[in-house]
Structures are given as structure tokens and as C-alpha cells.
Design a protein around this ligand. Sequence first.
Ligand code: NOJ
Length: 547
Amino acid sequence: MEQGRMEAGESAFAWWQRGIVYEVYPRSFQDSNGDGIGDLNGIRQRLPYLQWLGVDALWIPPVYTSPMADFGYDVSNYCDIEPMFGTLADMDALIADAHERGIRIILDFVPNHTSDQHPWFVQSRSSRDNPYRDWYIWRDAKPDGSPPSNWWAHLGGIAWTLDEPTGQYYLHSFLPQQPDLNWRNPAVLQALKQQLRFWLERGVDGFRMDALMHLYKDDQFRDNPPNPDWLPEKQAEHDQVIPLHTLNLPENLQAVAAMRSLLDEFDDDRMMLGELYLQTKDLVAYYGERGRGVQLPTNSTLILHAFEPAQIKEDIRDYELALPAYAWPNWSFGNHDRPRFATRAGTDHARLGAMLLLTLRGTPIIYYGDELGMTDVPVAPENLQDPFEKRSPGKGLGRDPVRSPMRWDDSEHAGFSTAQPWLPVGDGYQALNVHQAQADPHSLLNLYQRLIELRRTHIALAVGSITLLEAPADIVAYVREHAGQRIAVVLNFSRKARAYSHPLFADTKVLMTTDGMEDQFGNALKLSPLNGAILQLRAAPPIPVLL
Ligand code: NOJ
């Protein structure tokens, strides 16, 4: 066997460490029943594509029963499927088919809030002495009649809604249709564990845990301090206060540990991906004591920061330094809430981005369509869907543009649906679609596929250590190493051709480049503009550590 080659099953690393996660936004991936909205059978039909691409796990945003006020993040029954997405039998079939192809299924779980139509909330709001009253967060107005605190909702407006029949306010960190559960009531955890168990027993491989940093709020309901840096024209309303009493409370870690111990009852590596927009120093706490928390607390640096070399080097260095020994890293460029990578970084940076994402140390998380280079698709005002945009108009915060249908081919509606899709497919799909990109050896899609294959077959790329190499300002260079295999990655962010040399590069071989345009001579490499290369190095003397 070639040195460092990875064979299935031989690795000491868990599947979620070796593997690649792919987010499928279910409304927009594939419609199988002609209603213009994607569904579970649609995802199932596209499994051959996902297997060809080489991803190991699908993260599927909520498909549970829901009135769809927030497109599924308002759950009215955690243990059933919303009819527009299919049935429980369809989900069982998807899990079985995906598993047969070696693809795991990670469901999105929403522990912070339910729909206001969930039977728990219907009971809770029915009277002040209903046994479910304390499952949610109810408060009286302040003595002056104003809402209980100055807390703002994350999808626009204040976080309190008055329920007139019972005369109290309930808390909602997102929409009024998404009341927050009261995590200080132990019955809530017990109930949520039952919902999680339902899916674990059905064979799902893990959960993406929604809004984890919101679970606990200050038990004294103190006002949040004002944010002097708020930019009202551009930023959301909730940014006008600093979320001192509403976000990232220490009690969240107990909640995480409790959910993790449930997953560990299933002793076959079920995992949690935690939605957490936190600075690295706070984020790492969610790995839990001795790693008994969330396996992959999402690292949002590449989503939030500029895609430029100095920033990337700083992010890699800071993140790697902050990670405890038991913590496994993860990286992503985007998700269904944030502008697409190719829109933020520019389509001309998509190839460099692909090489970076798929060669960093840690689990890559790909947002569907980014492998094609899809960009944000503008949505006409009369077709707006996202409640965030409707409640915070004109600030460019709406999420519709990043949720446009997947582009499969050049037929009407891009092969996504036979009907008018719920969001526009956008211009240019006739030229940019999976069918066309698969046929073009130089497409971004084929680059993704080859990078994934390279990562899968080279243990240093899949699980190796990372060491940043000293490099000029517009070059990012690092070495990955494991089990005697040593691989270097060099990314040229300049719009000019650049040479880069390093003593380690003598007698090496180029494994892959983003455009096939570089030359290697001796220990130097010449990279064309915005091009990157991966080199197999001789495993020799130790690399001076810069991190
Ligand atoms: C984060 C989800 O990704 C987002 O889409 C949703 O609106 C909020 N959490 C509320 O559940």
C-alpha cells in the first residue's frame, strides 16, 4: 500500500473527523412531486450525485412538521415529517439509501424553541396554571407596563410578545411564532431527549444543533447593555444591545453535556454539530469537559471574516492555538443563513477557496451549490419569502438569495422542479449547472470532486497535523502531516504569477493544482494568479513550528 494511503475502516479517527459534511437545504435541493419545493425523495434521487462528489454526511435543515413561519425552524412536531417534504417512510428510505452509499444523515434539531403551534405551547399559553406554563418563558410587564426586558429578537423586533388572554409576555429569541423553551425547567430537557431518541433509534447519525448559544437566559431578566457601535442602517435591530444576559451563558454547557450523554448511549459515534457564532476563545468551551460536549462546534471565522491571506493565516493560527488537545476542528464558508462564498469572496476566488477548505485540518462543511460556484440570487420584492427580510427590510439581511434552487441542468427551472420554484433559480443556470460542469474537466465542480478524492486517499490531508509555513503576504502555505506522509499546500492570493520556494520542497511531486498552470523547479514553485498547488513532500526533518 502507498505510504499514508487511507483504506476504509482502518483509521483510528471517527467518521466525522475523516469525513466531509454537505449541507442540503431541503426546500431547494430537488423537488420530486412538482410543487416547486424540494423534498426528501428529491434528496434521495440525488444521492448518486452526492456519492460521486464524495461527501460523507448530509446535514439536512428541519423537515419536521411545521407551519413554516421560519421555514422549518418552527417545529410543531419533532417526531413527524412535514407533508411538503414527504413522510416518515420517505425519511426511513432516505436514511437507508444514504447508508447503503456510505453517506451519513445529520438532522437539524431545534432545542431552543418550538412553533407556537406545538401542543406544548398551545397548552402553555392556555392558562397561567396549566402544567405546561413553565415549559416556556413567561413574564409580567415591568411596573411601567413596558416589556419585561430590553431583549431583542434575532429575526427582527423585540423578543417579547404579550399574550392578551393570560396577560403575560412570552419570550422568543427569533420570531413570535417561535417561543423559547424554558431550559431551567428539567421537564424540558427530558422531553427533548425523547424527541432526540426517536431519531437516534431510527438510525440518524447525528444532529446539527440549532441556536445552541441561546438556550439559557439570565434568570433575573436583566436588561442588556447598549451597543455604542451599532450601525442602524446596516445591522439588525438586535445588534443595538450587547447580548450579555441572553447569549452564551455558562449553563448552556450543562445542556450540551446532557444531550451528548444521550448520544453516547448509542455507542457508535453519533455526533453533534453545534450552531455557534462565537469568538474562538468562547467557542472551544462547547467541546465540553474532556471533549464530552459538541464534537463539532461550528467555526464561523471563514464565514464572517474577509477572504484575504493575512486574515486567513491569523484565523488558522488563532483557532489551532485555542483548540484543546481533544478538540477536532471544522471549517466552513457558508450556510443557509449567510451570503454565499462566491458572492462574498468573488467568483474568481472560488478555486482557491475550494483548495483551502478541503486541505485545512478539520472537518470541511460544504453548503450545497458552492461546489458549482453558485452566487446569491436576488429576489424581487413581490416574491420575498424570508421573515427576517420582511421584518428588517432594506438592510440586505434577507436569506432568500442564498437559498435559491440547486442548478442541475439547462432545462426549465434548472432540473430542480417541473413547476415554478418557490425561489427563483436565477440567471445563467443554462451555463452553470451540474450536468454541464461534470462534463467540463476544468470546472469548479470537478476541482471539488478531485480535491475530495485526494483528501479521502491521503491520510495527511484527511487527519494530519497542520503547520503554517513562513510566506510572503499574498501567499498562504502550510504542511499537513500524518503517519509518515507529508503534504504541502501553497495558495497564491495575488493577481500576478508568484514564485514560492521552501527548503522542504526539494525532490517533491505536485499532486494537484487549481488550474494546472504552475511549474516546479528544484525547491521552488511558480504559481499563476489566484492559483494553488498541493505537493507531496518527502517526510524528512521536522518542520520549524510557526504556529
Ligand atoms: C439558525 C438557523 O440556521 C436559522 O435559519 C433560523 O432562522 C434560526 N436559527 C432560528 O431557528
